[in-house]
Design a protein around this ligand. Structure first.
Ligand SMILES: Nc1ncnc2c1ncn2[C@@H]1O[C@H](COP(=O)(O)OP(=O)(O)OP(=O)(O)O)[C@@H](O)[C@H]1O
Length: 247
């Protein structure tokens, strides 16, 4: 059966305790593409990633990975099936070295495989490679985010979920992270990204999905969205509000 969707949500309902955040959400993310999740604060973007990674169990609906039902699978099972998650914020063991953090990332692979893959992953991150024996907490914010991505890449994921990678990073470093995501997508990795930095994220993405109150309100090619002035008004509201007031 031919399917071009790598990830598919079918009428997914999910949330926290009695509070449902995703309300019959349906969406598709194409294989080898970067799909950007947009929407106002609280729309449920991070909840999509958490649900996809098995941190929240859907109450209704189905989630498919390459056409196979993965609804209700645990994070461990999903990791084994090739889904990796880079959550928002800092998620390293700051007291441990860069190398030790990478070793922990490969714990499910065994040390032999992990050690063989570490140099491969570090090729993407020359600055991190130079700091292999430094404490992770001594790296700059951008280097730490790169290390987190590197740790996820050790698993050679076919799907990379990444939540707000630009937080705390300078614009130049953000561009480096985006370039890397582009490169990964071109090598066949499916990337699902949440990013507030909407304009730059759209530039690097293939497809955009906008959520509102846990529902999909739009799914369009990123380039089309970038070129649409109405969309700017609708979905870049935060960026507009930040336009400096007249002195
Ligand atoms: N652990 C939690 N327990 C209870 N409610 C939560 C929890 N995490 C998130 N929420 C609530 O779920 C809703 C959706 O949150 P989510 O983080 O998915 O939104 P988002 O679209 O990613 O927003 P943002 O852009 O602000 O990160 C919010 O109202 C939030 O307060």
């Amino acid at each position: 059966m031919a399917t071009t969707s790598c990830i598919e949500f079918q009428d997914v309902v999910a949330g926290y305790k009695d509070f449902m955040i995703l309300n019959k959400l349906s969406l598709q993310a194409r294989r080898g593409a970067i799909t950007l999740l947009l929407g106002p604060n609280g729309a449920g973007k991070s909840t999509v990633l958490k649900t996809l990674f098995g941190l929240l169990k859907p109450r209704q609906g189905r989630i498919l990975l390459d056409g196979q039902d993965i609804t209700g699978a645990s994070p461990k099972e999903l990791l084994a099936r090739g889904i990796a998650f880079v959550p928002q914020g800092r998620n390293l063991f700051g007291q441990l070295t860069v190398h030790q953090n990478l070793e922990l990332g490969g714990i499910t692979l065994g040390m032999k495989t992990t050690h063989a893959r570490i140099p491969e992953v570090l090729e993407f991150f020359p600055r991190v490679r130079e700091r292999l024996h430094s404490q992770a907490s001594a790296l700059s914010g951008g280097e730490q985010k790169q290390l987190e991505i590197g740790r996820a890449l050790l698993l050679r994921p076919r799907v990379l979920l990444i939540d707000e990678p630009s937080i705390g990073l300078s614009p130049l470093v953000v561009q480096d992270v985006f370039k890397l995501l582009r490169r990964l997508a071109e090598q066949g990795t499916t990337v699902l990204m949440v990013e507030q930095n909407v304009k730059s994220a759209l530039k690097v993405s293939d497809e955009a999905i906008a959520l509102e109150s846990g529902r999909r309100v739009l799914q369009r090619p990123a380039a089309e969205l970038l070129a649409d002035p109405h969309i700017e008004r609708l979905f870049l509201g935060g960026a507009h509000a930040a336009t400096p007031a007249a002195a």
